[in-house]
Structure formats: structure tokens, C-alpha cells
Design a protein around this ligand. Structure first.
Ligand SMILES: NC(=O)c1ccc[n+]([C@@H]2O[C@H](COP(=O)([O-])OP(=O)(O)OC[C@H]3O[C@@H](n4cnc5c(N)ncnc54)[C@H](OP(=O)(O)O)[C@@H]3O)[C@@H](O)[C@H]2O)c1
Length: 270
């Protein structure tokens, strides 16, 4: 964290449990003033009281349902008008289960939170960062961005959006001092599954990290200037190989010619 960033407030969405609550703890321990956002007021108050007594930092809470335009606009206004140093766009929903057993309204709710809110909050924070020439934007994606999944259609799609949106922003802000990080968690032990009446036993027990492990690694990645942080990926070369495959695919689509497999076989001459 640089000096300009230390001076401003850090905002964490979805701070009432799981990954967001751990971000709140770690940022408070760094001495940052916090604004914690979520729907559950009791949880936010409990966490804020604990953090300010343990770390002696200023911790404010905002009860907001970020699926709701009025609540979202309240937070955007604060991001635009106050000296915010860091935004952790963490609040997210899964809406897991087969689409045939869900509704279009339910999927739209997910899109409002995972895509619309994350986009609007990112843009509001970046406007303030540009004005002060400093700031850090951390967007929480998921490895499911790379894993189209039956039972997680909109969730997988929404996290693919988070990944491409964030990585495109990184290209736009590549030259300046503003830091933008995409965090790609794998399975993490939180309330994420149980809050939706789902079991997390779809993943092997051994594949999970704790929220503490995830956040500590993500903050280390941010300090190291990483653009994309995949805390449980052991070898960075794995990411390089994925990037190389993506570039190869893209290059192949610029041939300007229809691929031979789509031609009708030439009739043999009579
Ligand atoms: N757990 C995993 O395996 C995993 C893996 C990859 C990515 N992730 C991502 O990590 C992020 C955090 O999830 P988590 O695992 O920490 O789950 P979690 O413990 O369920 O936390 C979700 C947080 O989002 C908040 N939230 C949910 N809906 C909201 C809304 N409409 N408005 C405002 N806040 C809302 C919740 O608070 P309230 O209910 O109080 O509003 C809670 O604080 C999500 O973006 C998730 O997609 C999780």
C-alpha cells in the first residue's frame, strides 16, 4: 500500500461473512479506515465493533442490497465523492442449480449483483482514483470463469464477465499508478454454498482453501503487482500456458478465410 492509498478509506462489499469479512480484518490490521457494505446489519455491526476494538481503526458500515438500484446508487455516490483508496468488489451470489428449476428473475438478480453492481462500483471508484491519481481496485472473480458448468450457468457466465471486464480495465490503466487486480478463487470454505441451501461437497474436501488463506495470498499478490492472482495455482507457468493458448486461438480467428472443414467436399470429375 502506498502513502496516497493509506490516506483514504477502503471499501469492502460483501463484508458480513466469508472472504469479505477477512479482507475487512486484514485491511483494518494495516491501519486503513474502512467502509463495510452488505445487507445483514447485525453482522456488519458485530464485525465493525470487533475490528475497531482490535485494530483501533475507523470502521463504518453501510447496509445495502446491491441488487437494488437505489442502494447501489448510494454507494456509487460515496465512491465518487470521497477519498476512497481501495475498493474490494467482493459481494457475489451463486444462484446455483439447474436453470430449468430456476427462474429468469432469479438469474437476473445474480446478474444485477455480480455484473451490474461490480461494473458500476468499479467505474465509480476509478473516477475517484483518476482524480487523485491513486487507488486500488480488487475484483473477486472465480475459477468458474474458465469452467462452463451445468447448474451454474449464470454464475459461470457472470464470473467470465468479471474476468474479462477486469482484465480489459487493466489494459486501459496499464500506464498509470492505479492498481487493478483480478482475484480468482477456487473452492473456499465460506457460507457461499450453505446460504443457498447447497452443499459444498460437490468439490473434494482437499480442494478447499480457507478464506484467510485466500485473502492473505491475494493481498500478497496485490503487493507484488500481480494482475491476476490464483492463490491455489502452484505453478505460474500454468497461467502462461492458458494465456498462450488463448493468444493462439485469437490469432487463428484472424485468418480471413473460412476453415477447410466447413467446405463441401469437391465432387469428383465425371
Ligand atoms: N466460496 C467459494 O468457493 C468462492 C469461490 C470463488 C469465488 N467466490 C466469490 O467470493 C465472493 C465472496 O463469497 P464468499 O465465498 O465469501 O461467500 P459468503 O460468505 O456467502 O459472502 C457473500 C457476501 O456477499 C454479500 N452479499 C450477498 N448478496 C448481496 C447483495 N445483494 N447486496 C450486498 N451484499 C450481498 C453477503 O452479505 P449479506 O448476505 O449480509 O448481504 C456476504 O457478505 C463472491 O463474489 C463469490 O462469487 C467464492
Amino acid at each position: 500500500m502506498n502513502t496516497a492509498e493509506r490516506a483514504g478509506m477502503s471499501v469492502v462489499t460483501g463484508a458480513s461473512s466469508g472472504i469479505g469479512a477477512v479482507y475487512a480484518d486484514r485491511l483494518a490490521a494495516e491501519g486503513r479506515a474502512l467502509l463495510l457494505v452488505a445487507r445483514r446489519q447485525d453482522r456488519l455491526h458485530e464485525i465493525a465493533a470487533d475490528l475497531s476494538s482490535r485494530h483501533g481503526t475507523s470502521v463504518e458500515t453501510m447496509v445495502a442490497d446491491l441488487e437494488q438500484p437505489q442502494d447501489l446508487a448510494r454507494l456509487e455516490a460515496r465512491l465518487e465523492s470521497e477519498p476512497v483508496a481501495m475498493l474490494v468488489n467482493n459481494a457475489g451470489a451463486g444462484s446455483l442449480g439447474p436453470t430449468a428449476r430456476s427462474s429468469a428473475d432469479k438469474q437476473e438478480q445474480l446478474i444485477r449483483l455480480n455484473i451490474v453492481a461490480l461494473t458500476r462500483l468499479s467505474l465509480a471508484a476509478l473516477a475517484g482514483f483518476r482524480a487523485r491519481n491513486a487507488g486500488a481496485l480488487v475484483n473477486i472473480g472465480s475459477i468458474i470463469a474458465h469452467a462452463p458448468s451445468a447448474g451454474a450457468a449464470a454464475y459461470s457466465g457472470s464470473k467470465a464477465y468479471v474476468a474479462n471486464f477486469t482484465r480489459s480495465l487493466q489494459l486501459e490503466y496499464a500506464e498509470g499508478p492505479i492498481r487493478i487486480q483480478l482475484v480468482m478463487p477456487g473452492p473456499i470454505r465460506t457460507e457461499f454454498f450453505s446460504s443457498q441451501g447447497m452443499s459444498d461437497s460437490v468439490f473434494p474436501d482437499t480442494s478447499f482453501l480457507t478464506a484467510e488463506q485466500l485473502v492473505d495470498a491475494a493481498l500478497a499478490g496485490l503487493s507484488a503487482g500481480e494482475a491476476v492472482t490464483s492463490p491455489s495455482m502452484a505453478e505460474p507457468e500454468t497461467w502462461d500456458a492458458l494465456e498462450a493458448a488463448r493468444q493462439h486461438y485469437l490469432a487463428s480467428t484472424f485468418s480471413g478465410q473460412v476453415a477447410p472443414r466447413y467446405y463441401r467436399p469437391t465432387e469428383p470429375a465425371a
